[in-house]
Design a protein around this ligand. Structure first.
Ligand code: B12
Length: 493
């Protein structure tokens, strides 16, 4: 079977970093790890070609070559997925779909021949066996979770590394917490399932051998879900692996209780971690209680962020407005919190209820469900009827975004961060792309941009006070440009 592995196009969103990627001539921030993993589970003898629509076009030649198409997508790629499925259907290919979009919405895709839902480790083998016998069913699904210690290393060789700004790798799936709006536990379970340190080192070696010398994102739902294994095995192995190598910084996602564990933070930093995404959600205690965000309650969230910054871990934060317990003062409180925290990359969204969550069930019961989620949590939309009313919520949301991404607030926050952050030891080396990116930013932002005053101010300040963070300050300037473009596009009046 000649196989196309297709990843539909992501729209322009907060996390697409599309406007920032142009500065460094990259086409996408990350490769489609799910598809690369599925590629490694398909029969070896099947010829395979990856088409990531974010980096190259799906051509008529590709379609004419293939016998079948394996498609993966997130909800946010819905429109592009429809288009690609229609083209594959027209070309007469057998269409097989899996991944988060289809796991939650397979009913909406009539033209797909086979749905391989949930984790492919469990659902793909029975499909392949049935296919061989000529009796493949339309849907394969499971309520079990697989043992990822048996997951093969992704087929890195299928992708063209040069198009991506970062690589991704996965150590664990699942999260021990139970926030009522989050679909991670529904999709990947409550227990943190982990790979072995040996698997991770082998995957990293694979990337390194292909010439990768840049950032690697550990795409775990909660990297610190199994602290004891992390500290006894994985982090020591990563520290050892980094010896003699240059320029492989790591970033990941974790819960805020990371700030309570100094030895863990120290080891992470030593292993090369410099950034963690944390769901902060809200400074409002009642809202944290409402959504069962236990790990964020009864703590000084601001101080927790600062502890991580001072330890050498930059916090990127997720924030939510629109909880039942939110009053009109929440918008100003969020702005103040974000500014004081020095969280430069602050993703603020309206509360949404993804299917499979407890929030979804509650909203359904209360008759407050409006429809499906767009999947883009920074577009100012929601699928629930908020207690404070939709208009008030949207107005307050726009106010937050206009403030925190205005050059004045944004650069001020970046300065707060640069003052407090402990500089990492492992940095991506300045290659030609990055040097050119710095040059382009000086023209686009330093000469033509409205923010030119703030741009030069932060650059000179960093040069004199924190020269080791100079490239990071240019990165922030470029990110700021992307975030402003997104805000303008998505939530303009
Ligand atoms: C890395 C990541 C990203 C990266 C995307 C990188 C990329 N190129 O794919 C970034 C940071 C850009 C991102 C952004 C977003 N993300 Co995201 N992201 C993840 C994360 C943390 C890991 C994904 C991953 O690589 N997993 C590892 C691989 C091995 O697993 P997998 O992809 O799930 O694949 C397995 C199965 O799903 C299945 N499978 C997958 N594809 C296929 C295809 C076939 C044919 C078959 C048979 C099987 C199969 O088999 C695989 C092996 O088990 C997940 C959470 C998670 N745990 O998955 C969220 C997740 C995928 N993201 C999600 C969302 C909503 C988003 C955003 C839309 C939201 C936002 N925050 O704004 C944005 C928008 C993106 C954009 N560019 O527009 C949701 C998707 C929900 C949904 N139902 O679609 C998830 C599940 C998180 C969540 N809790 O809601 N994301």
């Amino acid at each position: 079977m000649r196989t196309l592995l297709i990843y539909p196009e992501c729209p322009d969103t907060f996390w697409s970093f599309k406007h920032a990627l142009k500065f460094i001539h990259k086409k996408a921030s990350l490769p489609p790890l799910g598809l690369l993993t599925v590629g490694a589970m398909l029969p070896k003898e099947w010829p395979k070609k990856l088409v990531d629509a974010n980096v190259s076009k799906l051509t008529q030649k590709d379609l004419a070559w293939a016998d079948c198409a394996f498609i993966s997508a997130m909800v946010v790629q819905r429109d592009s997925a429809y288009e690609i499925i229609a083209r594959c259907k027209e070309a007469g290919l057998k269409i097989i779909a899996g991944g988060p979009l289809f796991t939650s919405e397979h009913n909406e895709f009539e033209d797909v021949d086979h749905f391989i839902l949930n984790e492919a480790e469990l659902t793909l083998p029975p499909f392949l066996a049935d296919l061989e016998k000529g009796c493949a069913k339309r849907i394969y699904r499971t309520s079990e979770f697989c043992d990822i210690q048996r997951t093969p290393a992704p087929m890195w060789e299928l992708m063209d590394l040069k198009h991506y700004a970062s690589m991704s790798i996965q150590f664990s799936r699942g999260c021990p917490f139970n926030c009522d709006f989050c679909n991670v536990t529904a999709l990947f379970g409550h227990r943190s399932r982990i790979k072995t340190a040996e698997q991770i080192i082998a995957e990293l070696d694979g990337l390194y051998d292909l010439g990768w010398r840049g950032q690697v994102f550990f795409v775990d739902d909660n990297f610190i879900g199994n602290k004891s294994y992390l500290m006894a095995h994985l982090l020591p192995a990563l520290i050892e692996w980094q010896k003699g190598k240059k320029g492989i910084p790591f970033n990941t996602e974790a819960s805020v209780n990371l700030a309570d564990n100094e030895p863990l933070m120290e080891m992470m930093v030593k292993a090369g971690f410099d950034t963690v995404f944390i769901g902060i959600e809200t400074p409002n205690e009642e809202s944290l209680a409402e959504c069962n965000k236990q790990q964020n309650k009864n703590r000084n969230l601001l101080e927790s962020v600062k502890i991580m910054h001072r330890a050498g871990l930059q916090v990127q934060g997720g924030f939510i407005v629109g909880f039942d317990s939110d009053t009109p003062s929440i918008f100003q409180r969020q702005i103040e919190f974000i500014q004081k925290s020095g969280i430069v990359t602050a993703m603020v969204g309206l509360l949404n209820a993804p299917p499979g969550t407890r929030l979804y069930e509650r909203m359904k019961k209360e008759g407050r469900l409006l429809g499906i989620i767009t999947g883009d949590n920074v577009d100012g939309t929601t699928n629930i009827l908020p207690k404070m009313g939709l208009d008030a919520l949207r107005e307050g949301y726009r106010n937050i975004m206009h403030h925190i991404y205005s050059p004045e607030y944004y650069y001020k926050r970046a300065m707060t961060f640069l003052r407090e952050y402990k500089a990492p030891e492992i940095k991506t080396p300045l290659d030609l792309h990055r040097l050119l990116g710095a040059f382009r930013s000086s023209i686009r932002l330093g000469i033509l941009g409205k923010e030119r005053f703030q741009y030069w101010k932060i650059l000179f300040w960093t040069l004199f006070h924190r020269p080791e963070l100079f490239t990071l300050s240019i990165t922030f300037a470029i990110y700021g440009y992307h975030f402003r473009r997104i805000c303008k596009m998505k939530i303009a009046q």
